[in-house]
Design a binder for this molecule. Structure first.
Ligand SMILES: [Zn+2]
Length: 155
């Protein structure tokens, strides 16, 4: 049986994505030896790890977009990526037909619109066809979710 790492990953779709901006002076920021801790009260969506785990298991942790399997000392690693984001205003479903098994790089690409998926499962990377999404007989995908994701990132 594949041993998937169970490290909770940050919910990328709910965070501001940082855009690399060049610093003028080139000096390294001072940083902080003892970063402060703050308490916060957040509302978070309760995601089912069983749903993600099923998708990752079907694909044996192999990225559906680029084919990469990441080997770690603890086993192979992949991420369950929601196609239509769960957060508002997208309100995607937490179902296997809205989840892809992706490597971390392709997960970021999906969440930033660098890749979108056509109805015929062609992966479009920055406007250029980049191959077909890998499939598994038990893993059907929601065309509605794929379309919603494409609409969100249409340029
Ligand atoms: Zn990948």
């Amino acid at each position: 049986m594949e041993a998937a790492l169970d490290t909770p990953m940050p919910a990328i779709e709910n965070e501001q994505l940082s855009v690399d901006s060049p610093q003028n002076d080139g000096a390294a920021p001072a940083g902080n030896d003892a970063p402060e801790r703050v308490s916060s009260n957040v509302q978070r969506i309760v995601r089912s790890s069983q749903v993600k785990d099923a998708v990752k298991r079907w694909h044996s942790n192999r990225c559906q977009a680029c084919g990469l399997t990441i080997e770690t000392p603890g086993g192979t690693y992949s991420e369950g990526a929601h196609v239509q984001a769960l957060g508002r205003p997208h309100n995607g479903p937490d179902r296997t037909d809205n989840i892809l098994c992706l490597c971390p790089n392709c997960h970021v690409k999906l969440d930033t619109g660098a890749i979108v998926i056509e109805d015929d499962l062609t992966v479009i990377e920055n406007g250029v066809p980049a191959g077909s999404l890998r499939t598994h007989p038990r893993h059907t995908l929601s065309l509605e979710c794929l379309r919603s994701h494409r609409e969100r990132w249409r340029r």
